[in-house]
Ligand binder design. Structure first.
Ligand code: SF4
Ligand code: F3S
Ligand code: FES
Length: 234
């Protein structure tokens, strides 16, 4: 079948503003939007800039806006979207070129919440395993699924107007460690997330949960972090 795809193009070296360009691609209904972008890049216009790696929904590098909705280009099928298929870069981050954005403001929020296991070496001999029960592991299972694609943060209206907000993805990744029974950095992270650019900037818009390609209950995780910051001593 013939498919029409419209891509928002922008080359800061030659363009004064972003503009749409249309392409016709011969595709199968089961092709992914990433396949169409590949086709355009490989056979029609090599200057199209697209970021991707795994092509199977794991690496999180090809988040784009497809017909107004944040998604991974490698997970959306041609048969499931209306034509022309409009593809734009994710919003709220500076565009490097075409569909490639500068992820640095996103990763700055991520780094700010110390997304690694913080342990107390004095608790027991390092040679011993850090035991965790299945019930304790279950407490943060949902937030371990994050692939840092930025679909949530770039769907958030607060983040669009304020890059200083750490954003939902950072809070999801803080949640993953705050509620890990082996971790001892929860209080420190909650303190960070209680500052003016932290979790309380969230206005419960729910865009983040709808945008997450991993089905993570992002807004719920944010609410749990807010509640812990207000009521729990970790
Ligand atoms: Fe992507 Fe979901 Fe992680 Fe947000 S929470 S970065 S949408 S995987
Ligand atoms: Fe933004 Fe999600 Fe909160 S969209 S306002 S972080 S619920
Ligand atoms: Fe890796 Fe789509 S290319 S998630």
């Amino acid at each position: 079948m013939e498919v029409r795809i419209r891509v928002l193009r922008y080359n800061p070296e030659t363009d004064s503003a972003p503009h749409f360009e249309d392409y016709q691609v011969d595709a199968d209904p089961m092709d992914r939007i990433l396949d169409l972008l590949h086709y355009v890049k490989w056979y029609q216009d090599g200057s199209l800039a697209v970021r991707r790696s795994c092509a199977h929904g794991i690496c999180g590098s090809d988040a784009v806006v497809i017909n107004g909705v944040n998604a991974l280009a490698c997970k959306v099928l041609v048969r499931d979207v209306e034509q022309p298929i409009v593809v734009e870069p994710i919003r709220g981050l500076p565009v490097h070129r075409d569909l490639i954005v500068d992820m640095e403001p996103f990763f700055a929020g991520y780094r700010a919440v110390k997304p690694w296991l913080i342990v107390d070496e004095t608790e027991h001999e390092p040679a011993r395993e850090r035991y965790q029960s299945p019930e304790d592991r279950e407490r943060f299972d949902d937030t371990t699924k994050c692939i840092l694609c930025a679909a949530c943060t770039t769907a958030c209206p607060i983040f669009w107007s304020d890059n200083e907000y750490v954003g939902p993805a950072a809070i999801v990744n803080a949640h993953r460690f705050i509620f890990d029974s082996r971790d001892r950095g929860g209080a420190e992270r909650l303190e960070i997330l209680s500052t003016k650019n932290g979790a309380f900037k969230c206005r419960t818009a729910f865009n983040c949960s709808e945008a997450c390609p991993r089905g993570i209950k992002v807004t719920q995780a944010i609410q749990e972090v807010k509640r812990a910051a207000l009521f729990e001593s970790l």
